[in-house]
Design a binder for this molecule. Structure first.
Ligand SMILES: *Cc1c(COP(=O)(O)O)cnc(C)c1O
Length: 426
């Protein structure tokens, strides 16, 4: 009763609430399963923090070179323990996921080496890093070559062509866990383990690196549990728990992490330097909250998939399939559809709810793009956010939600906007 009234005050009408309630009621079991994964991951993180003997002295800021930054070194121990790697590099100086991946790649590759992606084209920003699209400073400029083997049409690995692509120069395998903004399926950790086993069987000394962005804590195991030599990700996505104001991580084999550290700072300096400037507490606390935050985002994604599937739109992943990342795509088929959806996400935000997102010509894109985000941390995509290129098939990608209730409000608001515009009928 009271809730209905409060939703009403926020602009959500009775028919939207009623429709949403039916969908939510049908998802009880799935939400329960998500909570179980979160519980397991919460314990994993607490155990890692206890074993590393985290204490309030670790929250202190360092400046300058950052020699003997205990907070930084202990946080890296926590990441290594939680993700079951030998070592970790977790730094505010890794300014994004793309940067962390760049450091991991360029630290571990040498002229004449070759990268192989057995899962098709990598994330957009990596195209210039690798040199698939020409860019100043790309790995290609340093004599590092690249090959890819696309997934088969049914989403399976093309084992035969992977075998053929591996040669004496193949040094590093880049496996992207999440589909990102592509249309292929996201890989489960188990499947990642299968392809790693296959590749290591052919060439045991190859480095298997997983782009783990958007995948952390979605399952109870991570790619490091199934043979990955390095996992790499962004702290303004899942593992930062919404609190990390910046940062990236690399976890894995000690020698791989060390080579990456020599690239991030300087040969000879490696992990010994890098002041934390007072952000350590947010990185610890964010990691602590990350399992439940990821669970909230997942509930939002599954709720949205079921709402919009029932309303007749194509959704990827669909309402019932299992989840391996937090991204949800919904195809509206018209510019109006994606614009109204984004307006709803924006209107439900705690920050900047009063602004109206509009499509614009963003650099690097071949069509106008609309983005909705009312975030505490700029660009944070573990916070509820949505974006869509204004071109066919007019699909919106959305992700995040620090709390399930906020994710839910965002989706209700998107439905309300679409209802008001006459695009959906309830
Ligand atoms: C987000 C993301 C990245 C890195 O993006 P940044 O915006 O630089 O953090 C890389 N790969 C995938 C799959 C991603 O989702």
């Amino acid at each position: 009763m009271e809730l209905t009234e409060m939703y009403g005050q926020l602009g959500i009408s009775g028919p939207v609430l009623q429709f949403a309630k039916e969908v939510e009621d049908s998802l009880k079991e799935r939400f329960q399963a998500i909570d179980q994964v979160a519980e397991c991951n919460q314990l994993k993180v607490i155990k890692a923090m206890q074993e590393a003997r985290v204490s309030d002295i670790h929250f202190a800021a360092t400046t300058g070179y950052g020699y003997n930054d205990l907070g930084r070194d202990t946080l890296e121990e926590v990441y290594a323990k939680a993700f079951h790697g030998e070592d970790a590099l977790v730094r505010p100086q890794l300014i994004s996921g793309t940067h962390a991946l760049t450091v991991a790649l360029s630290g571990n590759l040498r002229p004449g080496d070759e990268i192989l992606s057995p899962v098709g084209k990598p994330y957009d920003t990596l195209e210039e890093v690798i040199g698939i699209r020409e860019s100043v400073g790309s790995l290609k400029e340093f004599g590092i070559t690249y090959r890819q083997v696309d997934l088969l049409e049914n989403g399976e690995f093309d084992y035969e062509n992977i075998r053929k692509a591996i040669n004496e120069r193949t040094k590093l395998i880049e496996i992207q866990r999440s589909k990102g903004y592509d249309t292929r399926p996201t890989l489960s950790v188990k499947k990642i383990g299968e392809v790693i086993a296959f590749i290591k069987n052919i060439k045991p000394d190859v480095i298997c690196m997983v782009d783990n962005c958007y995948g952390e804590f979605v399952e109870t195991i991570e790619p490091t549990d199934v043979g990955a030599d390095m996992i790499v990700g962004s702290l303004i996505k899942n593992p930062g728990g919404g609190l990390a104001p910046i940062g990236g991580y690399i976890v894995g084999r000690r020698d791989c992490v060390e080579r990456a550290a020599y690239r991030l700072t300087a040969p000879g300096l490696g992990k010994e330097v890098g002041a934390t400037l007072g952000v350590s507490q947010s990185l610890y606390q964010g990691l602590f909250l990350a399992p439940t935050v990821v669970a909230s985002a997942l509930k939002g994604a599954i709720f949205a998939a079921n709402v919009y599937e029932r309303l007749g739109f194509e959704v990827v992943p669909n309402g019932t399939e299992s989840r391996h990342d937090i991204i949800q795509a919904i195809t509206f088929g018209t510019p109006e559809g994606v614009i109204r959806f984004c307006e709803g996400i924006q209107a439900a935000a705690p920050v900047d709810s009063f602004v109206t997102p509009e499509p614009w010509a963003m650099p690097g894109y071949d069509s106008d793009v609309i983005m909705a985000a009312g975030a505490f941390v700029q660009g944070s995509s573990i916070e509820l956010s949505a974006d869509a290129p204004i071109k066919p098939p007019y699909a919106v990608y959305f992700q995040g939600g620090l709390t399930w209730y906020h994710a839910k409000l965002g989706i209700l608001m998107s439905m309300q906007k679409l209802l008001d515009a006459g695009i959906i009928r309830l």
